[in-house]
Design a protein around this ligand. Structure first.
Ligand SMILES: [Zn+2]
Length: 161
């Protein structure tokens, strides 16, 4: 290794600029006991602490690691309620399967805007297929679980004369 001459003020070195959040050239701005403590970023012009350049791959890996940890933490809670780490869509489909498995399609009511339905009624919708009424608002709006998820549809609407 060639002998390094000690850095002096104004020397250009590569640092990690905490303002730009990038590895950039900076000029040495302060030296204490032979250590560069402050640099001036040549890109943003700010005086920032001298930080060694960051390996972008390492940084990415760390960010990924953090993300995974956050995900793991997040799934700890809901895991108690939902036994398997399924996506919501899969969970909804499973619920629909369970609810409609015991339903007799012959007893299913054909959906009609003007009819009224109760919670747990099985209905047949032209577009969404078989569904189970999950909730009903005072004004007749139904929240129905269909094969592809929940849909809000109107019911109990007055017939126009
Ligand atoms: Zn900068």
């Amino acid at each position: 290794m060639p002998p390094k001459r000690p850095l002096t003020l104004g020397d250009i070195i590569e640092v990690y600029c905490s303002k730009c959040r990038l590895n950039l050239d900076a000029s040495v701005a302060a030296i204490i006991d032979g250590n560069v403590v402050k640099v001036m970023c040549r890109t943003c012009g700010n005086e920032v602490p001298n930080k060694a350049p960051v390996d972008p791959k390492l940084k990415k890996d760390k960010a990924l690691e953090r993300l995974m940890k956050m995900r793991a933490k997040k799934s700890e809670g809901p895991k108690m309620a939902v036994p398997s780490p399924e996506s919501p869509a899969v969970a909804v489909r499973k619920l629909w399967d369970d609810l409609t498995a015991s339903a007799d399609p012959r007893r299913a009511k054909v959906y009609d805007l003007h009819r009224s339905y109760a919670v747990n009624d099985v209905l047949l919708h032209k577009q969404f297929g078989m569904g189970v009424v999950h909730a009903r608002d005072q004004d007749g709006e139904l929240n129905v679980l269909f094969r592809d998820g929940f849909e809000r549809i109107a019911s109990d609407q007055p017939v126009d004369e």
